[in-house]
Design a protein around this ligand. Structure first.
Ligand SMILES: [Zn+2]
Length: 240
């Protein structure tokens, strides 16, 4: 009688490896890329931003002539959409680091729309575009957060108090300033803007922005490569 077991065992092992690669290959590569590329570059930016003027994108720049959005703040895009800080977790937006001090770097609306700030939002505003410029016929939300001091005192412009709903703002309107509020008081993040594009829930509000499946790759909207698959530092060539 033949012994099929070793061959079967090998096949089984190969199958398990293929399945693991399928399930974890991409998350692993994103996580490794975030740790090995983005984090060291961010440290470099904080220590010596003057050496990298090309890493800085200016608020209001339109990075490609066909891009519908302008850049929402000045700084270095340290973390990209679909980067991964922890295995299994995917970054739902981009992080733009303007400097070390909260309250200094203005944030502007990347596109015109209707601004909402929920009563309990200390550091966040969201702007609904009735018509997604790249997918006409569906609404799209732009989401801006970390606009507060580490203790939670807001850096959002007083024109947008808590509870404001559906207030029309033009692209380029000042929304507030980059802050370091993490969501829990006195547990600061680095000073930055987290900017994301969130799908509508069909009932007039945005879907849960913490789930990347509810968000879009912002690359075509801002006209530069902002996907976590990109090894390079996103830079803005035209800057009109
Ligand atoms: Zn972020």
């Amino acid at each position: 009688m033949k012994k099929p077991l070793p061959a079967l065992g090998l096949l089984l092992l190969l199958g398990i490896l293929a399945l693991a690669a399928f399930l974890f290959g991409r998350p692993l590569s994103r996580w490794a890329r975030t740790l090995s590329l983005r984090s060291p570059r961010l440290r470099e930016w904080f220590h010596n931003s003057a050496a990298h003027p090309d890493w800085r994108i200016q608020a209001g720049q339109r990075c490609a002539s066909g891009a519908p959005f302008i850049f929402p703040t000045t700084g270095y895009v340290g973390f990209l959409w679909d980067d991964s800080f922890r295995l299994g977790q995917a970054h739902q937006g981009i992080d733009i680091f303007g400097g070390q001090t909260p309250g200094e770097t203005p944030i502007i609306a990347a596109a015109s729309g209707y601004l909402t700030r929920r009563p309990d939002w200390k550091s966040t505003v969201a702007i609904r575009l009735p018509d997604d410029p790249l997918h006409p016929g569906r609404p799209l939300w732009t989401y801006y957060t970390h606009i507060a001091w580490a203790d939670g005192s807001s850096l959002i412009d007083p024109a947008f108090p808590p509870g404001v709903e559906n207030l029309w703002v033009e692209a380029g309107t000042l929304l507030g300033y980059q802050g370091n509020y993490s969501g829990s008081p006195n547990n600061p993040t680095g000073v930055h803007l987290h900017f994301s594009l969130v799908l509508d829930d069909g009932a007039g509000f945005l879907r849960n922005e913490l789930d990347i499946r509810n968000t879009l790759d912002p690359s075509p909207y801002l006209g530069l490569s902002l996907n976590g698959a990109n090894d390079a530092v996103p830079t803005c060539p035209s800057g009109d």
